[in-house]
Structure formats: C-alpha cells, structure tokens
Design a binder for this molecule. Structure first.
Ligand code: ADE
Length: 410
C-alpha cells in the first residue's frame, strides 16, 4: 500500500504535469533565482495544485512556509508530501479554530517578507496581533474576491500597512478560475458527495458574479432548471437574459431542490427560508466563508442532526429533512479537490509572477491594493495559449493606427 506522503507526491506530480504555464515560470525561476533571500508566508488551500505553486516559489530561491486557509480544504497527504520536501507546512484537515489560528502564527514565526493569502487571514493577523512584522514586509498577494473586498475596506480606512496585489482581479484569474473553475468544481463537489441527479432539478444559485455565472452555466448544462437570486439589478437582468429565472430567495426557497450560495455575504439563506423549503432540499455554499447559510439558525430549528453520508449532514425539521454539504464550507474544496488543474495553472502563474513583481518593485509601491500589472496578465494568457497550441492574429500597422486614432469616420 502507498504511504500517505507517497500518495501526496503522486497527486502533486499529476497536478504539475497539467500546469505548463507554472512549469515555464519555474524554469525561469530555477535559472534566475529572483526570490533568493526572501521568505514567503502562505495561507492557501493546501492541496496538490497549491503544492506546485510552493515548489515554483522554492525553485525561485525563496524560503516558503505554508498553512491552510480553510479547516476543511487541507489534504493531509499533500501536507506530508510538502514536509518531505522540507517545506514547513502547518495545515491539518478538520482542525479546530484554535489550531487554525495557531498555524497562521506558526507561518508568521518564519518572519515572511512577502505573504500570499486566500481570504486575507495572514494579512489580518499581521495587522492585529503581529504588528512587529510590518516593517519587514515588502508586500502581499491575495487570491480571492472575498479577501480583496476586505483589503479594499482596509485601504479605504487607511489601515493597510503594506502594498497588496489583488491577484483575483487579473482577467486570467477571475474569468477562468471564478467562472469555469467554480462552475465545474462546485458541481463536481455536489455530484460526488450526493450521487444525485442534477437533470430535472430546480437549482437555486444565490449571486450572479463570476462564480455564480459559472455555477449557473454548468448546472444548466447538466439539465437543471436554474433560478438565480440577486441584489444587484444589472446582474439580475443579465441572469434573466442569460436564460435563467430570477426571483427573491423567499420565492426560490419554496421550489428549490438544490441551493448554492456564491455571494460572499452573510445570511443569504436563513430561518425564514428554511421554513419554506421542500423536504429533501440540498444546501451547499461555494463562497469563501461558511457564513452564507445560517447554520446556527438551522441547528436551532432541527430536532435531530446526523451525518447521513460523508460530508452530508441531515437536519430534521418536523416531517422534512434538509441536507447541508461540507458543513456549509466552500463545497468544491471541502468535499472535492478544488478547481480543475488547468485553471489553477493560470491563477497560480499570476501569483508567482506577482510575488516576483513585488520583490522587484520593493519600496516603489504605496500601501494600497494594486491590480495585477497588465503585462503579467497578458503573459499568462499568451503562455496558456501557447501550451494549448492556439495561435491568434496580430493587428497590422494600419489597424493599430485605426483603432488608436480618432479621425476616421464613415
Ligand atoms: N485550489 C487551490 N486554491 C484554490 C482556490 N482558491 N479555489 C479552488 N481550488 C483551489
């Protein structure tokens, strides 16, 4: 039988084989060692693709220490494989809240000068309890929409004490990772966990941002009747014109078979909705934090709770039963393997190049949230196209003059 660490090794090898863009960056990093002398502290979902990012940063000469960014997304075999590579890794699957924050502290004990977060937990810890680290921090990268929102709020209050690059906001990140990544991996998590059919079901998707769009698209592809709930009028209109029904959650609650939250906000599904739901309804969250489905209220309403199948909790409410997947934590990672490998190839290529950018621009950046430089976004797209063996056209000189001028008319 394979040891757990060996199993982690093989998972990492599989991911690495399918991450050619990151592989190309790794070759460059290996040659130039642009991260030498730097320590990178990471709090990301510790699974195989993340391990390939860790290897890439280490190939660039950095010392790396890592922990998880969600108690249920850590894969312990990958943790062991990372430790075998002498990478300090403090993550543990299903850790307690106390263990989770202790692990964040352990990463910070390495004295990182660059951090990479998915949800901004390292950055918050540094700004609250570990302020002594701030003078040595050159900058940070943030992976996800939720983290970027929190960081922009910090910037608006003048509370941010070092520059951060919003990797989430690169086109080669959100257009693919948030849309196709969340779309596929959320459906994958729900299907592999429940073994239920999507076709013919009413699938209610809360939020029509890039994640919601991706999930809606894939649910429709499986034959679901998709219903979208929104608070933004433009997005609601867009969802309707994309072919979905749009209605308030109070209405959707009565008819939904599967509910998927993708809003990044609290209390999207609450007591008033649980009361209206049909028996057998399945509830899943695809947002970063487990705050979208109010499980405290559901617990209070339930007369019995049991785990009926791995990662499925059954809540008995009178003569009805509701089912919550992955304890309301992000379903694609808590019950699955996260986004498809090829998608994370682009997201993590952005991470690696942004870390190098931060180091190369040391002292030049203000304490603000920055967009990913366009040249990085474009490079990632060009590399991805190259590895997909796709060629594209180039503008002629005449075309460039036409699109950049204003004198051409009818
Ligand atoms: N795997 C590693 N990081 C991930 C993320 N942010 N989303 C989905 N899968 C991931």
């Amino acid at each position: 039988m394979k040891s757990e660490a060996r199993q982690g090794d093989l998972k990492i090898e599989w991911a690495r084989e399918h991450m050619p863009v990151l592989g190309e960056i790794r070759k460059q990093f290996d040659k130039d060692k642009p991260l030498r002398g730097h320590t990178i502290g990471m709090a990301l979902h510790v699974e195989a693709k993340t391990a390939v990012l860790v290897e890439t940063l280490a190939a660039g000469g950095a010392k790396v220490a890592i922990t998880g960014c969600n108690p249920l997304s850590t894969q312990d075999d990958v943790v062991l494989a990372l430790r075998k590579r002498d990478i300090p890794c403090y993550a543990k699957h299903d850790c307690s809240t106390e263990e989770y924050y202790h692990a964040i502290d352990e990463v910070l004990n390495h004295g990182p000068d660059v951090t990479i977060d998915d949800g901004a937990d390292l950055i918050f810890k540094i700004h609250s309890d570990r302020k002594e680290l701030i003078p040595d921090i050159i900058g940070a990268c943030e992976e996800t929409t939720t983290g970027v929102h929190r960081l922009r709020a910090m910037q608006a209050e003048g509370a941010l004490k070092f520059p951060v690059i919003a990797v989430n906001d690169a086109k080669t990140k959100y257009l693919f990772d948030n849309r196709y990544g969340t779309g596929q991996s959320t459906l994958d998590g729900i299907i592999r966990t429940t073994n239920l059919l999507i076709a013919g079901k009413n699938v209610v998707i809360a939020g029509y941002g890039w994640c919601g769009r991706g999930v809606a698209m894939r649910a429709k592809g499986h034959g679901a009747d998709v219903i979208v709930t929104e608070i933004d009028p433009v997005r609601a209109l867009e969802a309707r014109m994309d072919g979905y029904r749009v209605m308030p959650m109070k209405e959707a609650a009565k008819i939904g078979d599967i509910f998927i939250t993708t809003t990044g906000n609290i209390d999207v599904i609450t007591k008033e909705h649980f009361k209206l739901m049909k028996g057998g309804a399945v509830l899943a969250n695809a947002g970063h934090f487990d705050v979208e489905i109010n499980l405290n209220q559901l617990r209070e309403m339930a007369t019995d709770i049991r785990e009926i199948r791995a990662n499925i909790d059954e809540y008995v409410l009178g003569d009805r039963k509701l089912y919550v997947l992955g304890k309301g934590r992000l379903v694609n990672l808590a019950t699955g393997d996260g986004h498809p490998v090829e998608v994370m190839d682009m997201s993590f290529a952005n991470q690696a190049l942004c870390v190098r950018y931060i180091i190369e621009h040391r002292g030049e950046l203000e304490n603000n949230v920055y967009s990913v430089p366009q040249e990085i976004d474009e490079l990632v797209a060009r590399l991805k196209l190259k590895f997909m063996d796709i060629q594209i056209d180039q503008m002629s000189g005449e075309q460039k003059r036409y699109v950049s001028g204003w004198k051409y008319g009818t």
